[in-house]
Design a protein around this ligand. Structure first.
Ligand code: IVH
Length: 674
């Protein structure tokens, strides 16, 4: 049996938890960290497990998944749940306000409660003597479905109203919704589990609400905003709608913090503009705003027609999603050479603009969504974000369609396209010749750390390319004073100065030249490494991927990019052209690699060394041009054997690989240094 003090403790914990829940969900102002809430909750749960007779229906432990129901019972609403008439324009709102004033026979400005129109599922909550007894969906407006078992699992729905002056019976109306972040997380885990994705937060909220198993609903990030009441008996209510919202908040029901009192059409329209601007920042989807005549006496005089009140209207935002048809899937080349799949669409008005192209982001996304020419797709444009294809409506796919293949050639310049391993991006290898990349590659070519052509900045490159004077880097060296002087803002003196800078840039170094070529992945440091290693450009251009990997910091991905770049005939032409124009550097140095004594030797180390760590041994071998790998193969030159060697020794013996003990290694390393 629970003692009196256990009973008091359970009651205290419940009150405390309810208070924190209220601060968190209604006031949005929690005073304790989530972890402390969880501790209090655990304490209560343990107490209740020890003494089940202490459990009461409004205990927060009673939210999580009761037993599944076999179907939804029908529930008749106390007062029907109405819908709203929609308005789409300023004129619609002016007409609405005029009709309101005519019916009320007043010239004075009307006060409206302006609220966000949440995009979720409508809910009707019965509270009897403060306790949540029933929750029902809207259904046909008169009869809905009993979803009490699910709604009890939603943390922001109070199981008991706060305060003493609660009515005997009240119907609270509101919207159950999912935040965008919650929706994103839900879909992310569905994707990982290979399950079906929800199209949008509204579908996810409505679907979660209509689950037979409340444990499933409990796992979904649902929330409530209350926006009105139905039946109220045995208690007084405020005379204004805005007062009702405040009252609901005091009773512990979450109300949208953006609700505001406004005056007249101008007040409504200003609110609309403000919310439209705020739309993307809100954590939840809002598909418009609602204006409600604030005085309940005026509402009563206006009454209802058909299923919508005359005293309220929904002012809709431009839809962020629309259906349209895909005409083709094409690949766009960006200024850095990345190819992006783009769906060409039958133009459609969405998110406030006409959209005829939508990005498919990258190959992986394109394959995942499997968008094909002829498909009907959902297009989304939210705020200023570029329009994207959300999904294909498979029911509407024509009988014959073809999956889109990744292009092998750049659609702009015809150069080979490579897909970098481990990256989902496709890339054109024609950086120096591809018109899509022309300006960017020229800007890079002339930049300070590349060929360093003083005075040749982005703006001038823009002008030169637009005037058709420069297409490839070689063209820069063919520019004449007459051509330059014809450009805007270019006088005789600045033209001469530029030509001087161009001439000067011809005398460069191999590493600057390599960097200037803009080989994908190859930055300044790598260019230096390559130049030091190969010294001659021809040697580098003829190197295999394995040879490239001998250079410090060059891994397989970069080696593949480099060979792909030099394999592209267009790039070879540009390089030849530049040399013909007189771009030159010193190739007389002795290649670093050739001068190193252990060049070409491959070492494997096994067992423990006495006088150096493996890392030290590796560093010393590499410093002399050798390479250290992890496993013994026929290509291994030496196996270095320390204390307690592993199976590598047997393998090396079998393959006839030369064996070195630590002393032999040390003497090899020191003698090589002399
Ligand atoms: S008032 C009599 N206020 O929009 C007024 N509805 O067709 C009835 N909704 O399904 C609704 N936010 O669930 C009202 N602030 C808000 C709302 C709102 C969203 C939903 C509601 C209903 C639909 C109206």
């Amino acid at each position: 049996m629970a003692s009196g003090s256990d009973k008091a403790k359970a009651a205290r914990l419940r009150t405390e938890l309810a208070e924190h829940n209220y601060r968190y969900h209604v006031l949005d102002d929690p005073t304790i960290p989530d972890a402390v809430y969880d501790q209090l909750y655990q304490e209560l749960l343990e107490l209740e497990t020890r003494h089940p007779e202490l459990v009461v229906p409004e205990s927060p432990t009673q939210r999580v998944g009761a037993v599944p129901v076999s179907g939804f019972a029908e529930v008749r609403h106390g007062i029907p749940m109405l819908s709203l008439d929609n308005a789409f324009s300023t004129v619609d709102i002016e007409n609405f306000d005029r009709r309101v004033r005519e019916r009320l026979e007043t010239d004075g400005a009307i006060e409206y409660s302006a609220e966000p129109k949440l995009d979720g599922a409508a809910i009707n909550l019965w509270f009897e003597n403060g306790e949540l007894t029933r929750a029902a969906t809207r259904g046909d407006g008169t009869v809905g479905e009993d979803v009490t078992h699910n709604v009890r699992t939603i943390r922001s729905v109070p199981l008991r109203l706060r305060g003493k002056l609660v009515p005997e019976r009240i119907e609270v109306r509101g919207e159950i919704f999912m935040t965008r972040e919650g929706f994103r997380r839900l879909n992310e885990s569905a994707r990982q589990a290979g399950e079906k994705l929800f199209a949008n937060p509204r579908n996810a909220a409505a679907g979660s609400l209509r689950q037979l198993d409340p444990r499933l609903t409990a796992s979904r990030p649902l929330a409530l905003f209350a926006y009105g009441v139905g039946t109220v008996t045995g208690g007084a209510m405020p005379e204004r709608h805005s007062g009702i919202l405040s009252q609901l908040r005091e009773w512990g029901l979450p109300v949208a913090p953006e609700a505001e009192l406004v005056t007249g059409v101008s007040g409504c329209l200003a609110y609309y503009d403000k919310m439209l601007k705020k739309r993307q920042e809100l954590p939840y989807d809002v598909d418009g705003v609602v204006y409600k005549v604030d005085q309940l006496a005026q509402q009563a005089r206006l009454g209802t027609v058909a299923r919508a009140p005359r005293w309220a209207v929904a002012h809709k935002f431009p839809a962020e999603e629309q259906l349209t048809t895909v005409e083709a899937v094409e690949f766009q080349v960006g200024r850095t050479g990345v190819l992006t799949p783009v769906a060409r669409l039958v133009p459609v008005f969405v998110g406030g603009v006409t959209v005829s192209n939508a990005t498919l982001h990258n190959l992986d996304e394109m394959h995942r969504k499997d968008v094909r020419a002829g498909d009907t797709v959902i297009v989304r444009r939210a705020g200023d974000v570029i329009p994207e294809v959300v999904a294909v409506v498979l029911d509407r796919r024509p009988r014959v369609t073809h999956p889109v293949a990744a292009p092998r050639k750049c659609p702009v310049c015809g150069s080979a396209v490579v897909r970098v391993e481990g990256e989902s991006a496709l890339r054109c290898t024609g950086g120096l010749v591809c018109p899509a990349q022309r300006k960017e590659s020229l800007r890079h070519f002339a930049s300070r750390r590349a060929l360093n052509i003083d005075g040749l900045g982005s703006q001038l490159i823009e002008q030169l390319v637009d005037a058709g004077l420069v297409q490839t880097p070689g063209d820069l060296f063919r520019l004449t004073a007459t051509q330059l002087e014809e450009l805007e803002r270019m006088g005789e003196r600045s033209a001469a100065k530029l030509l001087g800078a161009i001439e000067k840039s011809k005398s460069t170094t191999l590493d600057r030249f390599l960097y200037a070529l803009g080989i994908p992945e190859v930055g300044e440091a790598t260019s230096k490494g390559l130049a030091r290693h190969f010294v001659k450009l021809d040697a580098l251009m003829g190197a295999t991927e394995a040879e490239l990997e001998e250079v410090e910091d060059v891994g397989p991905v970069m080696a593949a990019q480099i060979t792909a770049f030099f394999r592209e005939p267009h790039n070879g032409e540009v390089i030849r052209d530049l040399r013909r124009q007189g771009v030159h550097w010193d190739e007389s140095a002795k290649p670093v690699a050739e001068s190193l004594p252990l060049k070409g030797k491959i070492f494997v180390i096994t067992g423990t060394l006495a006088d150096m760590t493996r890392d030290e041994a590796k560093a010393r071998i590499e410093a002399l041009g050798g390479k250290v790998t992890g496993s013994v193969t026929a290509k291994t030159s030496y196996l270095v054997v320390g204390d307690s060697p592993g199976s590598k020794l047997a393998k090396a013996e079998k393959l006839g690989v030369e064996i070195l003990d630590e002393r032999a290694l040390t003497s090899m390393l020191t003698s090589q240094l002399r």
